[in-house]
Design a protein around this ligand. Structure first.
Ligand SMILES: [Zn+2]
Length: 450
């Protein structure tokens, strides 16, 4: 398949920083890559696919737990903390099997596609049957997620997650038996059987320093190093984790990860909300990526992490929708800047260009797709087109397309999505999943009923 697309406007890399160009031809070549990008190409030529609006790179959702989507709305009643929210989340986790998870994840990934997301990092720990029994294929749940991404037309990095304990020195609780392989060696053996596909790559994750005993962290780090695979880890989302880690080991979670070889340029630390100055230095010195999930962090009352300080120290920053309180990459991007404004009472910590790069180029790199996230020859032909004529986006000059996308647009403004040269969303309609709202409603009802 080698189509040529014509975009009314496109956000393109430039030596002096990204710029918005008009009348841009993007040719795709066999294998789903971009052949050539030609700005100022004049009107849409015959045979090209016309894309009205602003073309930007496909967005990478660097941190997802697909099944959390079933909690939307349900967990907004009453009060509580992260920990009471987690009890509700575990009830949904207990209900899913490979078939029902395939249906739910297909619908969730289709929602992501409609929001302009072309690659997802699925932080996957729901490995086994309730009570911990192994499925006939011990990777049946992970395979369901890989298949779900194929059905929704997006790329996936399955971050197979090692999750062994409920806390420092304590075994898994009953809901967590589904998550545990027993020890890190058994996790490594099972995860080794997962194979990449054209649309899927395999990475590793340490759930957290709470969930993997310190003497087994190195096993996971080694597994990912041998494969040069991404390695993700939840880090210091809650002060309780920091306190428990200090009590158990006398060091912060960041220091514990550093001491066991978990940090580095292939690693993403997710949340990184409550850090010390030394933690920030360890993360930046190791070139660790930071994945912020602002809509989840505010939903769960976590706090505001030092994203700006980490980025200034040299850490690439990415974005994830995590618990899917909402799925909107533009909302995640602007929240990074707006959180800083609230905290500092000054404006202008992140440019719109920097925030778009976080969601595209940095996000893809953190998921092991360094050849995606940019509109340039040779890159994967993954892109998203935003309407510039909706009630939210009409008015600003086109040269401010990045500012409009980040600070005014929403997922509802995504008009077209192309993955690997193939159009999977056309005029706001998913081309592979016929009725995404019904697919979400039915699969969530099934998950909550059982
Ligand atoms: Zn998470």
């Amino acid at each position: 398949m080698s189509l040529t697309y014509w975009a009314q406007y496109a956000w393109l890399p430039h030596v002096n920083g990204p710029v918005v160009e008009r009348d841009v031809l993007v040719s795709t070549v066999h294998g789903g890559r971009i052949g050539k990008v030609t700005p100022d190409a004049g009107p849409c030529p015959p045979g090209a696919v016309r894309l009205e609006g602003l073309l930007v790179p496909g967005q990478a959702n660097a941190h997802s737990h697909a099944f959390h989507r079933a909690l939307r709305g349900t967990v907004q009643v009453g009060s509580g903390t992260f920990w009471t929210w987690r009890d509700t989340m575990y009830r949904v986790a207990c209900a899913l099997d490979p078939d029902s998870y395939l249906a739910l994840a297909t619908a969730v990934y289709a929602e992501m596609a409609l929001a302009g997301i072309t690659a997802v990092g699925e932080f996957h720990y729901l490995h086994h049957a309730p009570g911990g029994a192994r499925y006939a294929d011990p990777n049946a749940m992970g395979e369901a997620l890989i298949e779900a991404a194929a059905r929704a037309g997006i790329r996936i990095t399955l971050l197979d997650t090692c999750y062994l304990a409920s806390g420092f020195g304590t075994g898994p609780t009953r809901p967590q038996l589904r998550f545990s392989d027993g020890d890190a060696d058994a996790w490594a053996a099972r995860a080794a059987d997962l194979k990449p596909r054209e649309h899927a790559r395999i990475g590793a994750a340490v759930h957290s320093v709470r969930a993997v005993p310190a003497d087994q962290l190195g096993t996971v780090a080694h597994w990912s190093a041998m494969r040069r695979a991404p390695l993700h880890v939840h880090l210091s989302e809650q002060t309780a984790e920091n306190d428990a880690c200090l009590t158990a080991h006398g060091v912060t979670p960041t220091r514990l990860l550093a001491d066991h070889g978990v940090l580095g340029p292939r690693t993403s630390a997710v949340h990184a909300t409550h850090l010390t100055e030394e933690d920030i230095r360890l993360l930046s010195d190791s070139s660790t990526t930071i994945c912020m999930c602002p809509t989840t962090e505010r939903d769960l009352a976590d706090g505001i992490g030092p994203a700006r300080q980490l980025a200034s120290a040299g850490c690439p920053v990415t974005l994830g929708s995590d618990s899917h309180a909402v799925i909107d990459p533009f909302e995640e991007a602007r929240a990074l800047e707006l959180n800083e404004r609230l905290r500092t009472r000054t404006r202008g910590h992140w440019t719109a260009n920097a925030l778009l790069r976080a969601g595209s180029e940095h996000g893809h790199a953190s998921l092991g797709w360094p050849e995606a996230g940019r509109i340039e020859a040779g890159a994967l032909a993954d892109f998203t087109v935003l309407a510039l004529d909706s009630v939210r986006t009409a008015g600003p000059p086109a040269r401010l397309g990045a500012e409009t996308a980040v600070f005014a647009a929403s997922a509802a403004d995504v008009r077209h999505v192309v993955v690997g040269g193939r159009q999977i969303v056309r005029d706001g309609v998913h081309q592979l999943v016929a009725d995404v709202p019904s697919a979400l409603r039915d699969s969530i009802a099934a998950a909550l009923a059982s």
